[in-house]
Design a protein around this ligand. Sequence first.
Ligand SMILES: Nc1ncnc2c1ncn2[C@@H]1O[C@H](COP(=O)(O)OP(=O)(O)OP(=O)(O)O)[C@@H](O)[C@H]1O
Ligand SMILES: [Mg+2]
Length: 513
Amino acid sequence: MADRVLITTDDLEQAVRVNAALEQAGYDTAMVSSLDDVRAAVGSREPDAIVLTGGLHESTAKRLLAAAREHGVSTLGLVEPTDADPSQVGHELGLTGWLKKPPLDPGEITATVRRLIERRRLQQRTGILGESPAIQEVLVKIEQMAPVTSTVLIEGESGTGKELVARAIHDLSPRRGKAFIAVNSAGLPETLLESELFGHEKGSFTGAAERRLGRFELANGGTIFLDEVAEMPSATQVKLLRVLEDRTFFRVGGTQPIHVDVRVIAATNKSLKEAVALGTFRDDLFYRLNVLSIYLTPLRERRSDIPLLVRTFIAEFAKTLDRNFKGITPDALQILVDADWPGNVRQLRNLIESMVVLAPEGEIRASDIPRDIRERTRTLPVRIPSPQPQSQEVAGQELEFIFRTLVELKMQLEDLRRRIEERPAERVEVIEVGTRDSGLGTREIEAGVDPLASSPESPTPVIYRPGMSMTDVERAAIDAALRETHGNRRKAAETLGIGERTLYRKLKEYAID
Ligand SMILES: Nc1ncnc2c1ncn2[C@@H]1O[C@H](COP(=O)(O)OP(=O)(O)OP(=O)(O)O)[C@@H](O)[C@H]1O
Ligand SMILES: [Mg+2]
């Protein structure tokens, strides 16, 4: 089926030309002169791209652009010659592509539209959502970096999508048929990490009963993803440097050099440059890793992507969790857009997952959003300065950021102390499941919101810890519901807002009896 493109008629002359060029190139086109027209056109089939021929600064165009961003539809804006800098206009308005008027060459129009549509396909294939210029730039880089074998360094705060991007590069590369192997450098002692990376020979150390292949050998022909590379012990850094230089290494306890053909993608949520300055990371290794680089912007600096992420995650979880879910109210969405997201997309995704399970009305409302998010309480984010050279102004902003963070931290502490002091002396049952490692703080699902705390005689607050998986949350919810209903499965299913059969399936799945 031909790709569908809508063309606004604000500049009728250009619209007619663009329409003719795209039709000629085989696109299914429609000219639209108002938002009603757009609605009618979208009603029959969602477009793959929208070309805005003029009126870019007007409110109708802004509404259309906001709707397109929410649906992940690419937009091409034709910028007036009076606008000095088309790319600035494009960034400001959140266009995915732009061309300066006139003259518009039909070939240029069709090539640009084709590129935008291909990028949209790429997003669908890789699962990387976002219409913000920051994400669009990342996608362009992924397309450029995929075909080559050069080493890539991906930097970004926790949860910004580093692994997602690394997988996308691999999946689009000629190595896609071979392995993608991830190794986390954090938390492993040096000897274990080295045996993990390079393998070991039989008897090379106590417990090495068999020869074992390392991750580099297993990734032969494919890609190795070195996660949290800033945490790598210095002796291992030296060995990695050698592998990067000639793709050759020795197994632990081995004497035969082993040669592999592996592409290396490294990631870090700490600034590697800072680690070099602190002397914890070798500068020669930094340069070897930083051949190509991608920086992932924190979510709070690309808030225009939040509505699309929220709606996509809601639809995804409603489907996988088999919940009949209506969506999200506008004021709840606004709270999520305004929140700070120190844990970035991962935190947003996990929160949506828990809200899709727990929101009692089958719709996310403002009152369903946990208090720390609603009050925009910030947790100290791990901040990586963008790799561009810093101007004095940026350095000033950096200082202001540190200052602001310290003030906020102080306020958080005071708030915490107040809350502890105000806490009634009631017995609080705490269900602790899952890991506690994400460092985002503990969030309590408030009694009024939590459907599991509805029984007046035995309130059972469930403590949710960021980092808990959906399975952990579900298990805890089911446990609590069963306890509350004294094991009555029908009532428990009712409390949980799921069908009895679904509850039975989950009991079986989680082996709860
Ligand atoms: N742009 C995005 N579009 C859709 N999903 C995203 C995006 N960015 C991140 N995610 C999702 O957020 C979660 C975290 O992403 P990922 O594991 O890639 O982050 P990370 O940067 O590697 O985090 P960490 O530093 O903590 O390891 C994943 O579920 C991922 O699919
Ligand atoms: Mg990761």
